[in-house]
Design a protein around this ligand. Sequence first.
Ligand code: G4P
Length: 193
Amino acid sequence: MKLLKEKVMTEGIVLSNQVLKVDSFLNHQMDPELMREIGGEFARRFAGEKITKVLTIESSGIAPAIMTALELKVPMIFARKHKSLTLKDDILVEKVYSFTKRETNEITVSKKFLSPSDRVLIIDDFLANGEAAFGLARIVEQVGASVAGIGIVIEKSFQPGARLLEEAGYRVDSLVRVAALEDGVVTFVEEPN
Ligand code: G4P
């Protein structure tokens, strides 16, 4: 996606060989125009998949997920990382380990928002090791619903998440794929025209 690639090139900051900072448009300040384009692009890519729900994880997944759900005309659900005061019983829970943060979070979704007939599109802002996406997929599968695909805004292709998810049989569609973050420079995976 051209506009997103340009944003990454002009505003992305390479913090290390592993981490790209994009807090001016995705992770802190958010760019609404860009989010609208992202939502439109995911909706186009998954148009034939009969999606009934979009699922993401708080917090940075929410903006791209809601714009995608708006385009697809379906509800969006976000998994919570912290226990909600009102969300007590009938919850789906999965453990998600973050290699980046070296901590395990329990993510939760209320059972009432997913049913076995749902075809769920998982959306997230970053794909690194795939732990968050796998956790969301397990939540969907707990209720007997199916994962129609996984849409990622920025995939770090030098980390194993995309490969592991594809090997597990999921369709992964990333808008931008980063091949390397070296010497302060972002290199993209060559995309066929
Ligand atoms: P994984 O789910 O693919 O295994 O990723 P990992 O545990 O490594 O990521 C943990 C958090 O760090 C996630 O956000 C993820 O989006 C983010 N992250 C991973 N790599 C990068 C990167 O290169 N740059 C940036 N900016 N973020 C990265 P989170 O903690 O859930 O944050 P938020 O959604 O609340 O903002």
